[in-house]
Design a protein around this ligand. Structure first.
Ligand code: ASP
Length: 341
């Protein structure tokens, strides 16, 4: 008899496991055991589920790289013992954590599936049960004795996505996430429709965990009328190690000389500047319009069709690798974990 696949279910916090505080009316995290008692269906699945939890579950708005490292360490410790990992996480910053883990876990040969919910698991109309049960089922899938999914994913409202392609698009709808520039990996209906061609196939190199992330990154969102003194002050902040410029359309910004000069000055100081679009879908293509030619000439790096979440995580990870400027640029523009087309 073949053993049931072993799945490690990791609870970090989020709405899925929250209850209402009747004094304040606000939702707050509660004990993980109670969460499992609320889903007896988990015992009906053909897999052995072991659970782990953050000591103090958090609302994901408090997520940070220390917690990402904690999560990676739980996965690293259980890597050889489990066929897959399901991470329960608040939806607010799930795409950031999923993106970060995709870079931190190199040569991942097993599924790490993030999920959560818009309504707590105890709520009558909850979306938590389907999300959790299907996420576990997906983590347990295998083909020719190997896990079918070997990357960091996000499962929400009937769709499995590559996590570093996702972004939270709704604070209201059950369909809270989208992956505008990459198709879903699996669509869940009566059957699971698996898009095998879209799955990432890592090489055979050994699994490696990267924990050195650099946080000193400035995310600078362009808007019409952004004052010169503010942009210059932000770019002059001591110890900024990287800048993520959120631009218009296919990578355009104002062509005002003060702006272009301050970007050039930043790059000359050895600080990489990445161009990411504010658009929900599509790609940065510097040079398409006059309003991005100067950025290209100044040495700004094109983020192509990466989400802000993925670009930020990639920058944190690559700055931690201490690469020279040229290598940094070429590695940044290369797909490492399927994060860009
Ligand atoms: N504020 C919650 C969190 O991100 C929202 C959720 O779980 O969906 O932790």
């Amino acid at each position: 008899m073949i053993d049931n696949p072993r799945i490690l279910l990791i609870y970090t916090g989020g709405t899925i496991g929250m209850v209402k505080d009747y004094n304040t009316g606000a939702l707050k995290a509660f004990n993980f055991d109670k969460l499992l008692k609320n889903i007896p269906e988990l015992r009906l699945l053909d897999c052995d589920i072991t659970t782990a939890s953050f000591d103090t579950p958090i609302d994901s708005s408090n997520m940070n790289p220390d917690y990402w490292t904690q999560l990676c360490e739980i996965i690293e410790k259980g890597y050889n013992d489990f066929q897959g990992f399901v991470v329960l996480h608040g939806s607010d910053t799930m795409s950031y954590t999923g993106s970060a883990l995709s870079f931190m876990l190199e040569n991942l040969g097993k599924p790490v599936i993030f999920t959560g919910s818009q309504l707590p698991i105890g709520d009558l109309r909850t979306d938590a049960k389907e999300n959790l049960i299907t996420a576990v089922q997906l983590a347990a899938l295998s083909k020719r004795g190997k896990p079918l999914i070997q990357e960091v994913c996000l499962y929400f409202e009937y769709k499995l996505y590559r996590a570093n392609r996702t972004t939270k698009v709704s604070a209201e709808h059950f369909e809270a996430f989208d992956s505008p520039n990459y198709p879903p990996l699996v669509t869940s209906g009566v059957h699971l429709a698996i898009n095998e061609e879209a799955l990432l196939r890592p090489g055979r190199r050994p699994f490696k965990v990267h924990k050195n992330l650099i946080r000193d990154i400035l995310v600078l969102k362009m808007h019409p009328g952004i004052p010169e003194r503010m942009v210059c002050a932000m770019l002059e902040i001591p110890n900024v190690r990287g800048v993520l410029l959120e631009t218009y359309g296919s990578g355009n910004t104002t062509t005002k000389p003060w702006f272009i000069e301050s970007i050039k000055k930043t790059i000359k100081k050895g600080i990489p500047v990445i161009n990411i679009t504010q658009c929900i879908s599509g790609s940065v293509q510097m040079g398409n319009y006059e309003t991005s030619v100067a950025l290209k000439k100044a040495g700004v790096i094109g983020g192509r069709d990466m989400t802000t979440e993925a670009a930020l995580a990639k920058m944190m990870y690559l700055l931690g690798q201490q690469l020279g400027p040229k290598v940094f640029k070429s590695v940044f523009e290369t797909s490492l974990r399927g994060e860009l087309s």
